[in-house]
Ligand binder design. Structure first.
Ligand SMILES: *Cc1c(COP(=O)(O)O)cnc(C)c1O
Length: 463
């Protein structure tokens, strides 16, 4: 017997949702009045809601449904694994086949000497693990005072207390505080903060803030630096080409461990298995989640270099989760990776979807509301502006225009998200050129409608 009555009318579902379901990252009282959109089905890049709208999901859920919705193979693998061994832990000198096979597969796919996987159930948990890992690493090396972790303003590393502290979202810090020993430098967002510098000069300047911060904190106090290869939740900020090589150089110079948060960029998003390959970065630890299972099961982890694993693994590591390496999640992740490999999904991104989307996305820069249109692999952003030449911000409160644009997208059955006054996409990696055409057509229509509304309301005004 099905416990859920899926035939309830939308208004009834919304009422129950408002009464009992407290949503994450949401003004719950405002949503309760308006009613949440109820999603009921997914197929490829398409979602269907309870009113029967066919929506193009240009965000792949929360950047995670890399192979697309509705892949029955994953459901079948999950059912088989649940019948065989639904759960066992990996704490007390035990293991199981899905965790072994997935760890070995990840070691094969990850670049360089990243050969050891510590499993978590999410990206936030994995980054909490990373805090312990790097601090334990320096303890084990006889330098327990080396514990400060450097990160970036407007970075996102999850929303547990540890992940939220690594992140540089002030709104998150404001709700419950942040843990000690984490310091932030500024982000490489040339569009908003680059002033008169060229993007290349600006990339170097922002990377060199890492060196300044290391010297300020004291090189012998710094455990690690963490950054997303491309900031996702911060607005798809693709760093200038000079940025990562300089960050890498500085980390090496001071022996600071480099944690690359690939929760979004991992598993094909940038046209390689990992963005470490796209940007030629050599991290000591990579954070993974989201696309690892295409979101079909909650699973994440940290992939460690031989050296980090040897140092931390030389003694007991007092850390772990009940669901570390959960067999059902691990089996589903493995099947997801098998499909990605067998169907050449990373190659599809690199050779088909990215080149075509790059061309079509760049066309949006002609629009009177759009300043720049940027894309790497299949993650893109457009900056909305009242003045392209000066890269001006709007006089209205940041996010007002972006929110209005997102509302137009929703009305046109396109899920595109806004971060401040940037619009962002991260579609399923299986998206076809014909579906990219629909995405662009709906995006342009939404931009047109947003622009008309802004003009009517006198909001096309530069700060
Ligand atoms: C989503 C995200 C996280 C957090 O992952 P959860 O599974 O939501 O805990 C961490 N880092 C980055 C870069 C993310 O985008």
């Amino acid at each position: 017997m099905n416990m859920i009555n899926t035939n309830l009318p939308t208004a009834e579902l919304q009422k129950l949702d408002a009464a009992h379901h407290f949503h994450p990252f949401t003004d719950n009282s405002a949503l309760g009045k308006k009613g949440a959109r109820v999603m009921v089905r997914g197929e490829g890049v398409w979602l269907t809601d309870s009113e029967g709208h066919r929506i193009l999901d240009a965000m792949a859920g929360l950047w995670c449904v890399n192979i697309g919705y509705g892949r029955k193979e994953l459901a079948q693998v999950a059912a088989r694994q649940m019948e065989e061994l639904p759960y066992y832990n990996t704490f007390f000198q035990t293991t199981h086949v899905p965790a072994i096979a997935l760890a070995a597969k990840l070691a094969e796919l990850a670049p360089g000497d990243l050969n050891h996987v510590f499993f978590a159930a999410s990206g936030s948990e994995a980054n909490d693990t990373n805090i312990r890992l790097v601090r334990r690493y320096w303890q084990a090396k006889g330098k327990p005072w080396r514990r400060t972790i450097l990160a970036r303003w407007n970075g996102y590393h999850g929303s547990t207390l540890g992940g939220g502290s690594l992140g540089g979202m002030k709104g998150i810090h404001a709700h419950g505080g942040k843990i000690d020993g984490i310091e932030h430098i500024e982000q490489p967002d040339w569009w908003s903060e680059g002033g008169d510098m060229s993007p290349e000069e600006f990339g170097l300047a922002r990377a060199r803030q890492l060196e300044e911060k290391i010297l300020e904190v004291g090189p012998d106090n710094v455990a690690a630096f963490i950054g997303e290869a491309v900031q996702g939740a911060g607005g798809v900020i693709i760093p200038p080409s000079t940025y990562w090589p300089e960050i890498q150089r500085i980390c090496q110079k001071y022996g600071v461990l480099l944690i690359l948060d690939e929760v979004i960029t991992g598993f094909g998003r940038t046209g390689n298995w990992f963005a470490a390959q796209t940007f030629n970065i050599k991290p000591d630890i990579i954070t993974i989640a989201k696309g690892l299972s295409s979101g079909y099961q909650p699973i994440g982890g940290s992939i460690l270099s031989d050296e980090v694993a040897a140092v931390v693994g030389g003694d007991e590591f007092n850390h772990g989760y009940t669901y570390s390496g959960h067999p059902v999640a691990a089996a589903v992740a493995l099947e997801n990776l098998r499909i990605m490999q067998d169907e050449g999904i990373v190659e599809h991104v690199r050779d088909v979807a990215n080149p075509y989307l790059a061309k079509r996305w760049a066309e949006l820069a002609d629009h009177p509301l759009v300043g720049e249109a940027k894309l790497v692999g299949l993650m893109g952003s457009i900056a909305l502006t009242p003045n392209k030449a000066t890269r001006a911000a709007f006089t209205s409160e940041t996010g007002t225009v972006g929110f209005r644009c997102r509302e137009r997208c929703f009305a046109n059955d396109l899920i595109m998200r806004h971060v401040g006054d940037r619009m962002i996409i991260s579609p399923p990696l299986c998206i076809t050129p014909a579906e990219i055409d629909v995405l662009i057509e709906r995006a342009r229509k939404s931009l047109d409608e947003c622009y008309a509304g802004l003009q009517a309301d006198g909001l096309m005004v530069a700060k």
